[in-house]
Design a binder for this molecule. Structure first.
Ligand SMILES: C[S@@+](CC[C@H](N)C(=O)[O-])C[C@H]1O[C@@H](n2cnc3c(N)ncnc32)[C@H](O)[C@@H]1O
Length: 135
């Protein structure tokens, strides 16, 4: 990730995490999430359950591999974001809060159904989504 992207992800993740908290959403869904930069920052940095939806399975598969590596390196990165606050740092690491879904989205796509499928722990709840996306 270049420095411009990294800056955007840091600023956006903070903003979206605040929205998640204020609006009590079930999870964040990144439409056309590609490599999942924002959702991964949301889960690791802020403990926000997040779903990356993308139609390109190749992108998703390589991103999943990359995320495994990031998770290993995350402690140092998260410490910077949270100024060394250990509780916040470990919150996102210990839970499997980020998931991928491969789907071609249209205006008819039932996002709540995809979330229920990927987060079975929320399947009985009223799903409240926080939708993000950037081209
Ligand atoms: C330029 S990338 C942006 C990735 C990410 N949002 C970011 O900012 O890093 C756009 C992504 O949207 C995906 N995409 C485009 N149209 C889509 C659709 N209708 N449904 C799902 N994914 C789509 C592409 O496969 C691609 O990975």
């Amino acid at each position: 990730m270049n420095s411009k992207k990294s800056y955007e992800v840091q600023r956006m993740s903070s903003l979206v995490a605040s929205l998640h908290s204020v609006c009590s959403t079930t999870c964040c869904v990144e439409a056309g999430g590609g490599r999942g930069h924002l959702p991964v920052a949301l889960t690791l940095g802020y403990g926000v359950p997040s779903l990356t939806i993308d139609c390109d399975e190749k992108t998703i598969n390589s991103a999943a591999q990359r995320i495994k590596i990031i998770q290993k390196q995350w402690h140092a990165i998260a410490k910077k974001i949270h100024s060394g606050n250990e509780e916040q740092v470990s919150r996102g690491i210990n839970k499997d809060l980020h998931r991928f879904a491969s789907a071609y989205m249209t205006r008819h796509t039932d996002l709540a159904a995809i979330v229920r499928d990927k987060f079975p722990e929320h399947s009985n709840k009223n799903i409240k989504l926080l939708l993000t996306g950037k081209t």
